[in-house]
Design a protein around this ligand. Structure first.
Ligand code: MF3
Ligand code: CO
Ligand code: CO
Length: 269
């Protein structure tokens, strides 16, 4: 077993060392590469189970382990959340239809390090409202990331995200949040995607966490279906999400899950 190095803040947030960034970078990059590759499968007539099979196969071929298979009884290598599904959609036999928007979320474990990332995709033709939702959600994530530097707080991240989403008359989901990660999947803190500037724990160099805002076209409320996983918007409005894993550096942050093909955003081709 690895003896965990580094230290813990008073809020229970682990501070990793300089040398730990390389492992996170490799894991994050692999998860992002799989999200690059999976884009070719997203087309009307494909099932979400086929997409998951591809993810499962690639994780293995690349020498990593899926973090989600066996996690709290979850059985799949990805979460695939279509249209009004907010997150934790379970891959299955349902066919994608023209115009469906979907989030694919992949977490790999490589040499003990977790890489967790998700993006939006579209099957066929992207509708106008869906395009705006995806655009604003992606911008919100990047504005949250822009607030990541030592001395800022987690509230600064949430506030940046919330301000952008609400300025576009959309809503931030409150029921799910980002999380610390590193040699574990989910660790403190809860990274809220809303909040007030200057509140919450202070960011320090060496913190590793995800930012993964979920944004709804309608109201923010969600409910979890009887399968105990699938979260949907209560008003059945469309929902979008993007997720990056980041590490705080001396001056800002490093995004571990950047797309090797530079195709994080679907409309960037
Ligand atoms: N990858 C998700 C996250 O961003 C967690 C999925 S857990 C699962 O935290 F069990 F639903 F896969
Ligand atoms: Co996550
Ligand atoms: Co994820």
């Amino acid at each position: 077993m690895h003896e965990p190095r580094g230290r813990m803040t008073k809020d229970g947030i682990r501070i990793y060392e300089d040398s730990d960034f390389a492992g996170m970078h490799a894991a994050g990059r692999m998860a992002a590469q799989i999200l690059d590759e999976v884009a070719q499968l997203v087309t009307p007539g494909t099932t979400t189970a086929e997409i998951d099979d591809f993810v499962r196969g690639r994780v293995q071929e690349l020498g990593a382990v899926s973090a989600t298979i066996g996690y709290r009884g979850y059985k799949h290598a990805s979460c695939i959340s279509v249209n009004h599904v907010v997150c934790h959609g379970i891959p299955g036999a349902k066919l994608l239809n023209d115009g469906d928007i979907l989030n694919i979320d992949v977490t790999v474990i490589l040499d003990g390090w977790f890489g967790d990332t998700s993006r939006m995709y579209v099957a066929g033709t992207l509708g106008r409202k869906a395009a705006r939702l995806i655009e604003v959600t992606h911008e919100a994530l990047m504005l949250g990331i822009a607030a990541v530097k030592p001395g800022n707080t987690f509230g600064d991240i949430g506030a940046a995200i919330q301000a952008h989403v609400e300025a576009n008359r959309m809503s931030v989901v409150r029921d799910f949040c980002g999380h610390g990660l590193g040699r574990v999947f989910h660790a403190p803190p809860n990274v809220l995607h809303y909040g007030r500037p200057g509140t919450g724990p202070v960011l320090e160099e060496g913190m590793f966490f995800t930012i993964e805002p979920m944004v709804n076209l309608g109201r923010p409320e969600t409910k979890v279906l009887a399968d105990d996983w699938t979260a949907v918007t209560r008003d059945r409005s469309l929902s979008a999400q993007f997720e990056h894993s980041v590490g705080v550096t001396a001056t800002a942050c490093e995004i571990f899950t950047l797309s090797p093909a530079d195709s994080f955003h679907p409309t960037w081709g």
